[in-house]
Design a protein around this ligand. Sequence first.
Ligand SMILES: Cc1ncc(COP(=O)(O)O)c(C=O)c1O
Length: 483
Amino acid sequence: MSEPTSARTARAQPDSGTPDPGTPAAADDLAARAAALDAADPLAAVRDRFVLDDAVYLDGNSLGALSAGVLPRLADVVTREWGELRIRSWDESGWWTAPERIGDRIAPLVGAAPGQIVVGDSTSVNVFKALVAAVRMAPADRTEILVDAATFPTDGYIAASAARLTGHTVRAVPAAGIAEAAGERTAVALVNHVDYRTGRLHDLPAVTAALHAAGALAVWDLCHSAGALPVGLDAAGVDLAVGCTYKYLNGGPGAPAYLYVRRELQPRFDSPLPGWNSHADPFGMAPDYAPADGAPRGRVGTPEILSLLALDAALDVWDGVAVADVRAKSLALTDFFLDCVAALLPPGRAESVTPAAHQERGSQVSLRCAGAGEVMRELTARGIVGDYRRPDVLRFGFTPLYTRYADALRAVRVLADVLGAGASGADPAGLGDGASALPRAQAAAPVDVPSSSVRREAVPQESVPQEAVPRESESLDASEGTA
Ligand SMILES: Cc1ncc(COP(=O)(O)O)c(C=O)c1O
């Protein structure tokens, strides 16, 4: 993938006298580049569609920012549609058909033709529907479910449960090895398009093609890619896909997720949760189940109307925005952020675990850094909001619709300050106690697929250690965000 023009043109060329890292000249050079990149940014005006403040918000890969149109839309939904029209709104306000109508608005963002996406339920629930339905589509002698070993934990938990229910086994393999691992016993593989911890982008077309060549189905988790980069579901022939809408789609906390079922597979989609909303005649109230045709077959129960319609309003920010432009800006932003890291951070204090190659990078940069929890709390207190994953990963998400190059520079400047730029001492930011008190036991307790029946294969050395699953009694640290 070629580098975005804006990044190429604004970056100082080696033979033009690039200043030495860490020098005031280097900082000036970066400030000039940020200003030039922001001035040339074709998406710059889209930021005005969001409610933002002085903070540098780099956590849109966990919870996207509020878009300005959501407030008046929700006020109308609550006061008029619900408050005045009440039950009439299921029909007159289009509530009943909202899951598929909003699915068709997400479709172009993930490269899908209309009629294949339904919005509703959480990602976890949709992973369950997709996996069990895929297993039911596969020949009976294919008894294995492959999962990406570094998967977001919920996918592993659900895969293990789906396997127990269907009498299948789960095998966890590194995402990069999924294509080779698929064999004649593989029914389906569940793969994350972008790794939530490292920001690594996996090759969706190639892995899907390899799975198909092995006779297996492909289920993709798009949580960390949809809205940040082109996905191309139809073009790659993906079988099923799921994703959340509260990250790069900015649908709001707990916004409903979506399920994609390729059109040709829809007649064979046998839902493990055949609720009345997915019935061919839901108001017939028949005792026996008969599935609806098309995308509504992926529904379960009553749609989450308030959060669905908040998402509907949030999707308005995409009017006139091309996903290709979003991708170009995402790569230019993350390139620039990495350049700032290289130039401004004290040597040895933080190391990127996000791939440098564009074709392997999502829209976040993750830095391995001792004392990550304390560092992120300090950053947040100073107006730089990212999050961290235990034990030692700082995550910075770049939402191209509202993040500026100047934000990337400011974030690294503050990080450099927190880490003690120029100081080579062990504890320049006074993080020693916290850093040394980091939960080492957790680092040594990798749990990414929680079933003793799950067979594990080696995870490559370069991948980041798995974070431990918080115990129920542990409270959520704000710097850990949601997901
Ligand atoms: C990759 C991935 N999959 C699944 C989930 C779980 O989503 P949900 O909470 O909607 O079930 C998340 C949450 O952030 C995620 O990042």
